[in-house]
Design a protein around this ligand. Sequence first.
Ligand SMILES: Nc1ccn([C@@H]2O[C@H](COP(=O)(O)OP(=O)(O)OP(=O)(O)O)[C@@H](O)[C@H]2O)c(=O)n1
Ligand SMILES: C[C@](O)(CO)[C@H](O)COP(=O)(O)O
Length: 233
Amino acid sequence: MAAERLWVVVPAAGRGTRMGADRPKQYLRLAGRPVLEHALHRACAHPAAAGAVVALAADDGGWGEVRPPEGVAVATVTGGAERCDSVRAALAALAGRARAEDLVAVHDAARPCLPRRDLEAVVAAAAADADGALLALPVGDTLKREAEGRVAETVPREGLWRALTPQVFRYGLLREALEGAAGAPVTDEAAAVERLGRRPRLVAGSPLNLKITHPGDLALAAAALRLLEEEGA
Ligand SMILES: Nc1ccn([C@@H]2O[C@H](COP(=O)(O)OP(=O)(O)OP(=O)(O)O)[C@@H](O)[C@H]2O)c(=O)n1
Ligand SMILES: C[C@](O)(CO)[C@H](O)COP(=O)(O)O
């Protein structure tokens, strides 16, 4: 990859309500360290990483426990009501430092098990594609739509993928997309970019890169992290 510059944005301003823990899930412990620390370090483990911005809740009480990644300066910004608002705030904080042609990787604080090879693959894909790229997984289960606790319909799964993160785009494109999507119900960066008529590339990622969302996910993430660390991945 030519001499690209990569900025890392980590939205970490959520409440983790679906987790139902005694603190926001990004501050639960995995291998003795905050979930957010694992996610941040793994998202910054790319040689082109020039800096990172982490979006925190206004009343965040845990950031002080997070050790900074080596060799990557990390700034913090106050996040917003929705994930897209937090990412938008982090992008605004990069104004004046990030050039329009720089790459930005947005990675959930709730995804602590990002394999290095997946980070490198999605960044390389975005560097080679003007529409950007995101890690994703093809749906492998039969999908049902629920209504009142029963099956309403079976949803055809052909061609369906689950979006993961990092999602990687050129800074100028991503800022334009998210500014233009203000108020729209976009739940990931790709959806905002798609609204501009772009078609980001899907990069098959590891199922270990799960988002800690529900109570059972923490144990899964602990097992996934052990696997990654055993493999040196
Ligand atoms: N206003 C928000 C909402 C979410 N996030 C971040 O976006 C990521 C993915 O969001 P999600 O899994 O939905 O986290 P929460 O919103 O905390 O979870 P919940 O919906 O269960 O409250 C998380 O790292 C979360 O911290 C954020 O930065 N700002
Ligand atoms: C960005 C994301 O992780 C891709 O699957 C997902 O959209 C986050 O959604 P959430 O509802 O904010 O967890």
